[in-house]
Structure formats: structure tokens, C-alpha cells
Design a protein around this ligand. Sequence first.
Ligand code: G3P
Length: 213
Amino acid sequence: MQLLLDSAVIDEALIAAEWGWVNGATTNPTLLAKSNLSPEKTLEKLSQCFKGPIFYQLVGKSIKSMKAEAKLAAGILGKQLVLKIPATELGFRATSQLSKKYTCAVTSVFTSSQALVAHASGARYALYYHNRAKRLLENGHDLANELVQVLKQTSTIVVAASLKTPEEVVEARLAGVQILSTNLKVLSKMVQHDLSEAALKEFNRNGIGLVSQ
Ligand code: G3P
């Protein structure tokens, strides 16, 4: 199981990296536009923040331009690169070619049949939007579970994004999702509980340890 930061803002990446339990980052064109650096510089800095995967989403509109874009991204991110490729007819075609050379994630998966094609195309990951699925699909609550079931015992791993609360992170994990990507606010909320703070205060109030408090 891995937790990733869903952001391309370097100040946020630095905070998450400092925590030590966030492995890498997922980006998309909208998230990259929120960085005050160029996409190249942003990706370079993200790769310095984290040891784990950095997901970059292709924006090219043809196989030729996607191949050129993938080469550029690989030049910046090296082994950390995961190419996010949209779940479209063009995207699946690109995945089946690019997955021979790069680690690929088919993104914006909204059905199990797309997840199956992602696997057949050689994608290492199938990424779906948890909160969007719940809001926009009739049976969106079941999507995480279904994707995990259909990709069971295959080499393709389910990744959840669009996780809006710690409870949604847990929902996705309970469905069996292995990689969970969310924003800094949700990640920071995941560690907090008033009862944890209260218990700590209670035990520290009259207690002693190896160092002075
Ligand atoms: O990477 C962005 C993905 O998490 C979608 O999130 O908030 O636009 O549903 P949202």
C-alpha cells in the first residue's frame, strides 16, 4: 500500500516529503498549471522531493506527439516516471505501444471494461477518480470494489485519486485499492484525531521520560 500526493505544488511536495510516509506524486495538466514553475522544472523538483513514482499525464493528441512527450518526461524523471494516459481509444492505442518502454497508468477509468483494456494494453496501473465516480455514476460507490475484482491476479494495480476526505481514502482501501493519491489537506487530516491529542496530554501531564518535556 502506498500513499501519494495529488499535487504539483512544490511547497506542498516539500511538506509531504518531510513527513516521510508519502512516497511520490500524481500530477495532471490542471495540477501542473497550479505550479508557479514550468512543467519541466516542476517535474524535476517533484523527483527531488520523493524517491517513489511521479505520475505525468500525456497531453499529446497523436501517437507521434505522445511518444515525443514520453521521451521528454523520461529525460526528466528517469525511472520514477509513470506515464498517465487517458482512457480513450487513442490513449489505449498509445498505452499498448508506450508500455513496452515505459511504466504506464491508464487514467480516468470509469468502468471495469476500461480497466480490463488497460491491463490488455500493458498498463501497470489503472487510475480511477473515487469521489467523481460516487457523484457521477449510478453505481459509483461500487467502482473501487469492481476494479479491484476485475484486476485481481493480473499485473495491473488499481490507483485511487479524487479522494476528498480521510474516510474516502479508507473506503478505497477497504475495497482493496493498493495506491491512494490525495491532496495535502486530506493527507494532513489523516493523522489527526482529538482523542489522540487528549490521550497524549493526559499521559504527559504528570509523566516522565528519558528527556525533559
Ligand atoms: O488528479 C486529480 C484527480 O484527483 C481528480 O480530482 O478533485 O478533480 O475530482 P477531482
